[in-house]
Design a protein around this ligand. Structure first.
Ligand code: DC
Length: 212
């Protein structure tokens, strides 16, 4: 059983995907983390995230980098969005994601193109979204809580501007842009707390699985 969870940054898709995986007892892959690792590696290499060659070279990042908490920072999120534009980077990361999705027993993957490119054959496709203001508020709260890179000092308005910029880049890129698959369930979590969001999603997933 494959569950694809797509959506824009800070929509809550990661938390929902993690909880779905725990609920169904299958592994979870946060595919954004792979792009974040590439973005971080480019910066460690002194490369240019807008150069396809530099970004491709950074796809050979060591796996231990995936555990570095700095990957969760806004700065690395911005770098990830920039390197993710390059088709060569997407191709380099494709097999790892596809193999994870196809492992026996199933999986939950979250990202931008899971339902459209990585696992178009997924059993259930979700597109989780929320308003820009609410996503900025959640991101700010999370940063305040975790103190990653002292980003709790970043004003809310700046985070909001950054989210708008990142959305535009993710939606408008030519290769595998952020969009809901035609057969995805679109769930807006703006007015939900995390438990309400999860309960709503679980209900949708269980109904969809029962219909199969
Ligand atoms: O989900 P996230 O914020 O960790 O993702 C960071 C960036 O990585 C996002 O702005 C675009 C890119 N990304 C992608 O292009 N495709 C994915 N499946 C996941 C993330």
């Amino acid at each position: 059983m494959i569950i694809a969870v797509d959506g824009p940054t800070a929509s809550g898709k990661g938390t929902i995907a993690k909880r779905l995986a725990a609920h169904f007892g299958v592994p979870h892959l946060d595919t954004g983390l792979l792009y974040r690792a590439v973005g971080r590696q480019v910066s460690l290499d002194g490369g240019d995230p807008d150069s396809e060659a530099d970004a491709l070279a950074a796809c050979a990042f060591p796996d231990v980098l995936l555990e570095d908490p700095v990957l969760r920072s806004e700065e690395v999120g911005g770098l990830a969005s920039r390197v993710s534009i390059h088709p060569a980077v997407r191709t380099a990361l494709f097999k790892r994601q596809r193999d994870f999705a196809r492992a026996p027993g199933g999986a939950v993957l979250d990202g931008r193109d899971i339902g459209t490119v990585i696992a178009p054959d997924a059993d259930v496709k979700l597109f989780i979204t929320a308003s820009v203001q609410e996503r900025a508020r959640r991101r700010w709260l999370e940063m305040t809580r975790t103190h990653i890179g002292r980003e709790d000092e970043i004003p809310l308005a700046e985070i909001e501007r950054d989210i708008v910029k990142r959305d535009a880049r993710d939606i408008n890129r030519a290769d595998a842009p952020l969009k809901a698959a035609p057969d995805a369930f679109v769930i807006d979590t703006t007015s939900f707390n995390p438990d309400e969001a999860f309960d709503t999603v679980l209900d949708v997933v269980e109904r969809a699985l029962a219909r199969r």
